[in-house]
Design a protein around this ligand. Structure first.
Ligand code: GLC
Length: 406
């Protein structure tokens, strides 16, 4: 069934933003649960939350430049604090509707809008004390009907008050809590209010899979073998929210991460965690800029691309992406192969090859299938690229662009 996947599949790259009170604790996103904090203890964050440097226009510009095509913003995380103006609660930032700021800024840059909404709520008095709840040591069955009404009301607000919402990212349904949300009604409401919306993480009612902090080696497939729509959500360090003391991934690692998604037909939803003052820290900005530098020259190896046809197996140390419309194959060099590399099964099929970052020709030789070849020739049926001895400078990851013959 055709289901509005076009922008999602073509875009391939989005920004995930985890922002809430946990950015103040700055140690882990789940701190209220991990430290079994009471509402009274957590309240110090409510009282001192002051996003005086909130600047979503800068986030949106960085996302745009990094080649991202959509955003997913946490309107409410498990802590229950609302980053949007809900009339159903006082537990929200009251000075400004932060979600609106984000929606306006990213929409102005032409990005699609996704909203993350946590199904569990560690603050709402009607929410049961499940085994992840901060107050799990005090048994409480909750008032399912009361919480469900609150949740549906809030989702209706989000899907009514902010114009077009392209994607709704529900999170936190577990087998022991799945009965609470009334998922059939929730998904029906979302699809009625926003025809064409994509939904994630509503088991049985969602439109794509969301592997988290892992990258499926071979992509994901339905039972009938057709490829699944998927989006891996990944982090810049080990956590979602802002963390003060952390170990960062590098720009080349992030570029590889993006390619590992696209080359298996998936999207990368790359998370950032703004500080409690509402800005991105310098290191995050420098990583996004680094990604942007690469995407600036290489975006056509990502957007509108997917994995290569099975007849073209990837050579060692490389990943392929493939634009089916343009019949163009992109070979991403994860490790530099030295002066030559043989690409299996491509002999006789390539019209022209070049590096993408500078448009310089890559010369090649080939051994057509079944032809006798000497020890210095390419493997049977392979196309051999002649490469510089060391990898091109100033390029987080070099890419060969191969135009296939019609
Ligand atoms: C996990 C985490 C949640 C986070 C989400 C993002 O489900 O538990 O805190 O928001 O991943 O994908």
């Amino acid at each position: 069934m055709e289901r509005y996947y076009d922008w999602f599949d073509a875009g391939r790259f989005g920004m995930f933003i985890h922002w809430g009170l946990y950015s103040m604790g700055a140690r882990y996103t789940w701190l209220k649960s991990h430290e079994k904090m009471t509402d009274a203890e957590y309240d110090r964050y409510v009282r001192h939350f002051n996003p005086d440097r909130f600047n979503p226009e800068v986030w949106a510009a960085l996302a745009k430049r990094a080649g991202m095509r959509y955003v997913v913003f946490t309107a409410k995380h498990h802590e229950g604090y609302c980053m949007f103006d809900s009339k159903y609660t006082d537990y929200k930032y009251k000075e400004r509707d932060l979600l609106r700021g984000v929606v306006d800024a990213f929409r102005a840059e032409g990005l699609k809008i996704g909203v993350y909404y946590s199904l569990p709520d560690w603050h709402h008095p009607d929410y049961l004390h499940d085994k992840r709840h901060p107050q799990r040591d005090i048994p409480y069955e909750g008032n399912t009907e009361g919480y469900r009404t609150y949740l549906h009301n809030q989702v209706r607000e989000i899907l009514t008050n902010y114009g077009r919402i392209d994607l709704m990212w529900f999170d936190g349904s577990y087998p022991d809590t799945a009965h609470i949300w009334d998922m059939p009604r929730l998904s029906a409401m979302a699809r009625e209010l926003q025809p064409g919306i994509l939904i994630s993480r509503l088991p049985g009612y969602d439109d794509f899979a969301t592997p988290e902090q892992t990258i499926p080696q071979q992509g994901l497939f339905n039972e009938d073998g057709t490829p699944k729509h998927w989006e891996g959500c990944q982090v810049l360090h080990g956590e979602w929210g802002y963390i003060r003391d952390k170990h960062w991934k590098t720009v080349p690692e992030l570029v590889q991460m993006l390619v590992r998604h696209t080359s298996r037909g998936g999207n990368l939803l790359l998370n950032v965690g703004p500080t409690s003052r509402g800005c991105l820290d310098d290191h995050t900005v420098s990583l996004l800029k680094g990604l942007g530098d690469w995407m600036d020259w290489h975006e056509r190896a990502i957007h509108n691309c997917s994995g290569a046809p099975a007849e073209f197996p990837e050579p060692e140390g490389c990943r392929y992406t493939w634009n089916p419309e343009k019949k163009t194959l992109y070979c991403h060099f994860f490790c530099w192969p030295e002066r030559r590399i043989d690409l299996p099964n491509l002999a006789g099929k390539v019209d022209y090859a070049q590096f993408l970052h500078d448009g310089s020709e890559i010369r090649f030789t080939e051994t057509l299938p079944g032809n006798i070849h000497g020890p210095r020739d390419p493997e049977d049926g392979a196309l051999r690229l002649a490469l510089p001895v060391s990898s091109p400078e100033n390029c987080a990851m070099p890419v060969a662009e191969l135009f296939l013959k019609d």
